[in-house]
Design a protein around this ligand. Sequence first.
Ligand code: CLF
Ligand code: SF4
Length: 507
Amino acid sequence: MDLPVLNTSEAAESGGGCDSHSCGSTGDQLGHLPEHIREKVHNHPCYSEQAHHYFARMHVAVAPACNIQCHYCNRKYDCSNESRPGVVSEVLTPEQAVKKVMAVAANIPQMTVLGIAGPGDPLANPERTFETFRELTEKAPDIKLCVSTNGLALPESIDELCKHNIDHVTITINCVDPDVGGKIYPWIFWKNKRIMGREGAAILIEQQQKGLEMLAERGILVKVNSVMIPGVNDAHLAEVSRVVKAKGAFLHNVMPLIAEPEHGTFYGLMGQPGPTHEELQKLQDACSGDMNMMRHCRQCRADAVGMLGEDRGQEFTLDKIEDMEIDYPAAMVKRAEVHARIEAELKIKDQANAAKAELAKAGWVAIQGMKQDAPKLRPVLMAVATKGGGVINEHFGHASEFLIYEASGHDVRFIGHRKTLPYCDGGDTCGDGESALDVTIRELSGCEVVLCSKVGYEPWGPLEAAGITPNGEHAMEAIEDAVLAVYEEMRVAGKLEAKPLMQQKAA
Ligand code: CLF
Ligand code: SF4
């Protein structure tokens, strides 16, 4: 039965693309990968952190039913892990979905990936999911196909997935221990029966692990998404990371639980808290010892359209695409030109990064003056406002999210994003919306600098009072170069005092 709602099993099962230690200012971020893998991920915005600055994805909500229940999900009101809570627009038929994908691909040429991620579980709706893939393979062969699942029906679906040339599969794995699983999954629906608690979780875990191994054997890239639920599975997720890596997963994406009472989920109603930014980062760092971590996931809706973090779904509602005339062969030519342009730009960037990496190997750091100080400098978090393209190009007051970078004496690394509310409606001044500014300041806790293309007079004082220095001097500069430049300014100004020796050792 089609439900007139939208959630994202993907949000419950997200993942992505970069080695936390290779996302710095030095080196080609994908350079360590074999060519055939690089080819699969270089323009996938979830599997490559670099790609997400340039390429877009979209989801079509063709899969309403689910075969399990998670304590963080309530599809009547949208998925609890939905990036923007609220009742969803449209569940689509495969035919409508194909039309929508072609309309988006023609209008947003940088859209490279179509994912099916809900609102229920794609593999619990196999006819609708595979019909959509079948038609798209034929009509839009230049679009990568991607699927996200809870894994229960994965082993039986693998032959069909292979037929559609699907190179990317995400499995949400929140645990590998049925005792933990019993606290997350109240039931699963298995072989025409509802199986409760620990017993159901044990079956789910077995199917997920079997599916993961089968995909890895076939060379399909698997991303594992895990929802971090403090006090339930947080202490267990490093073990999950270790196990899935051993079985061939390519990436691990640890996402924060979102649980609000208004979502009507079990966790929301019982007041289960999600993790803080610091707790999430600590766990991601702990897991990264075992495998590549995705840190740029936006916990997308099951009908998301556009760059990660933006939603252009309202431009492509059914009534709007109804009237669109799509010449897809012509669109494919335009798309190929746009992709070639982006790839040429990335190649130049990679070459410059590779040159920096060579210098780093030779014992030089990016800023010469830091060389002798590097081991003593404390790391600094900086927030960045960007609309994409890897540059600082967003007004502070217009940003609905900020990317967070950590600069240290060794490198600049991307560590995540923080959502907020746009502070002003437009123009150069930020006149109202105090509470939105308060939200932004709260969300940016721990950051010492916010880099943006412009910042109005109004927020300047409150930001500084909160210990966050606004900086609009690096507009249109490459993000990592700007972060490094500001870090160097802080070093020269004596703001990066060394930690006491004991503290350094502990770190
Ligand atoms: Fe969609 Fe998922 Fe494919 Fe990406 S999303 S099916 S892998 S195309 Fe990406 Fe969105 Fe995170 Fe998912 S940011 S929720 S990881
Ligand atoms: Fe909701 Fe099913 Fe996804 Fe769990 S697997 S989050 S119950 S849609």
